[in-house]
Design a protein around this ligand. Sequence first.
Ligand code: CA
Length: 240
Amino acid sequence: MSTAGTAAGRARGLVLVVEDEPAIADVVRLNLAKAGYGVHVEHDGERGLAAVERLRPAAIILDVGLPGLAGDEVCRRLRAGGDWTPVLFVTARDDAVDRIVGLEMGADDYVTKPFSPRELVARVTGVLRRAQGVPDAAPQRVGRVTLDAVRRRVFVGSAEIALTATEFDLLAHLMRRPGRVFSREQLLSEVWGYSSVAGTRTVDVHVAQLRAKLGGASPIRTVRGVGYAVEHSSAAEPSP
Ligand code: CA
């Protein structure tokens, strides 16, 4: 319903808070913003799900006891749809923690009410750090382009391509979800860590630089009127 955070305030990424109790939502929002996160708040499960799709947050703080679609069901639907955005559950004391954490619901962590704001911020930071450290251990390959996220190296065939840190982060972000279309605003928020309509030209410039460096092997496709996606297209495949 409301998104807080200036350009600087989103430097640590956008956190979606789904919480139906306004007083708790306010405390969470204020403390996350103070800690440098961008924050978007929704008050029920359906809107929460829609906001995940629309905003692609870096992490989600999900109240279990929501009206309508409950928090655990929101998480189950996300995971079933292949969305592994880190989720930190917030539960009331009488919520069954075992049910949330034990049953492969895909929760990354949880806190029980009442919780201290400092504790919550620490948990969010921990969840994000783990989420960023774990995936992409194996090099990813799209067509002739191979990206090694651990060593931060990119190859076309066997030739290494020198990329700037931002070019690398942009390519890695796109290659993490092949086929998924990212808007310029999303890329700016997720790769650069800030939001600015004027800044979307930066995304175009970096994509152009990446394409120039990757040449005919570039897997980045322009989706007109929307943004960019990495595709396993026939044009990107080596000739047999
Ligand atoms: Ca609740």
